[in-house]
Design a protein. Structure first.
Length: 416
């Protein structure tokens, strides 16, 4: 906050006697250190952004430092606790990680800027909501990615079907596509992010909070309906019931050419085509269908937010960097460059013409994130949802298994 107060003093004092940050007639130069995750933005994008930003902010220099996802949580926590002058002033974090960092009072509260200048109400919910801790906004949405249905256009034509408008239609056409030669859909039994979307579409939750106490909610009627839809869809293919979508990698399964559909982010298609170039012109995309025609289904939104450490000594400059990177100009540039969804639904037109991105952007409007509690990462580490899914798909009683999984979630979230 010291920098902000100093800036206000300078505006007034400069009319009379000048400001103390001047030296030998030249403004003090400052460096903003930005931690970004590997592969989040291309070097070409960062070079263009740096050139323009530094031209518009003559006293600021940008220093981008690329980080690996592995071990990043502890590294960020250490940076937030420390006062290293060489530490980060802006950090890219996963959208579901913000609460863990905000809980320790390590982040700058950006609620005012969000509401006054940045259009907080227009942000994608799946990025904006997990960026809040309590009623305050700490994480500023940068980019999003969510699952869509990746399908074989040629197999759809051969079966005489078109992309569905509702979930009921989706089941119907998938059943027609499921033959002795082709899987109607490849859906691994433990793809719990996809299940989460089905639960949200039914009005259910993974966990609920009341008066600061979190409780697992997989045993609600709505959540059970979501699991039942997953079960009905999953059986229209040969996905393993006891593994997730990476075991084996579903890109490889789809590349073998005997699968009509998978549920994945569009970027996964690159890996498919690398393994089977003959599929490049045969692949299409549509949003995960919802219960109602013309309304995509709820989906998990992954992506990143930008945060500012509370201890930065270039606070005003760091806020300027966040404003620029998440603003309409550079946010749409990033989306086009990296095949992301922009941070506002109103910017979806920036990816028009790219079928996969259009499908993803349509779904992102109904995107959600995991429960906004710092302990959700602990739930995922020993994920009871995966075990629950496997048991139900093997034929166990859904209500009993849901109660067991919900209880484990409650116990984990309550542990101090």
């Amino acid at each position: 906050m010291r920098r902000r107060l100093l800036a206000l003093v300078c505006v007034s004092a400069s009319l009379l006697t000048g400001c103390g940050v001047m030296s030998d007639g030249a403004a003090e130069r400052r460096t903003v250190t930005v931690w970004l995750m590997q592969h989040s933005a291309s070097q070409e994008f960062l070079d263009r952004f740096t050139e323009e930003f530094e031209r518009e902010h003559e006293t600021l220099d940008l220093d981008f430092r690329i980080q690996e996802w592995t071990g990043i949580g502890e590294k960020v926590q250490q940076a937030l606790r420390g006062k290293d002058p060489d530490g980060p002033d802006v950090i890219e974090v996963g959208n579901t990680q913000v609460s863990a960092y905000a809980e320790s009072d390590g982040l700058l509260d950006l609620t005012l800027e969000s509401m006054r200048d940045w259009g907080r109400d227009d942000w994608l919910p799946g990025l904006a909501e997990p960026g809040r801790w309590g009623s305050q906004q700490y994480g500023i949405p940068w980019y999003a990615a969510n699952r869509v249905v990746v399908y074989r256009k040629d197999l759809f034509r051969a079966a005489g079907v078109t992309p569905p408008r509702t979930r009921d239609e989706w089941l119907e056409i998938t059943e027609r596509l499921d033959t002795s030669d082709t899987q109607g859909i490849y859906l691994a039994g433990q793809d719990w992010y996809t299940l989460a979307g089905f639960i949200w579409e039914e009005g259910g939750e993974l966990a609920t909070e009341r008066d600061g106490v979190w409780k697992g909610a997989l045993d609600s009627e709505a959540a059970l309906r979501g699991m039942d839809f997953y079960r009905r869809l999953q059986k229209l293919g040969d996905g393993p019931v006891d593994a997730d979508e990476e075991h084996p990698p579903q890109a490889g399964v789809f590349a073998e050419g005997r699968v009509a559909q998978i549920i994945a982010v569009p970027g996964l298609v690159r890996a498919v085509v690398q393994q089977n170039p003959g599929l490049e012109d045969k692949i299409g995309y549509f949003p995960v269908p919802g219960k109602e025609a013309g309304r995509p289904g709820a989906v998990f939104t992954g992506g990143s937010d930008l945060v500012v450490p509370a201890g930065t000594d270039v606070e005003d400059a760091a806020v300027e960097v966040v404003a620029a990177l998440t603003g309409a100009r550079w946010n749409t540039e990033l989306a086009r460059t990296m095949n992301y969804v922009p941070n506002k639904a109103g910017l979806a037109g920036s990816v028009a013409g790219e079928e996969g991105l259009e499908a993803m952007a349509a779904g992102a409007a109904r995107g959600r994130a995991t429960p906004a509690t710092p302990r959700w990462s602990v739930v995922e580490a020993d994920n009871p949802i995966k075990e629950y899914m496997t048991e139900v798909l093997k034929g166990a009683d859904p209500e009993k298994e849901a109660e067991r999984a919900a209880r484990r979630i409650t116990e984990t979230l309550a542990f101090e």
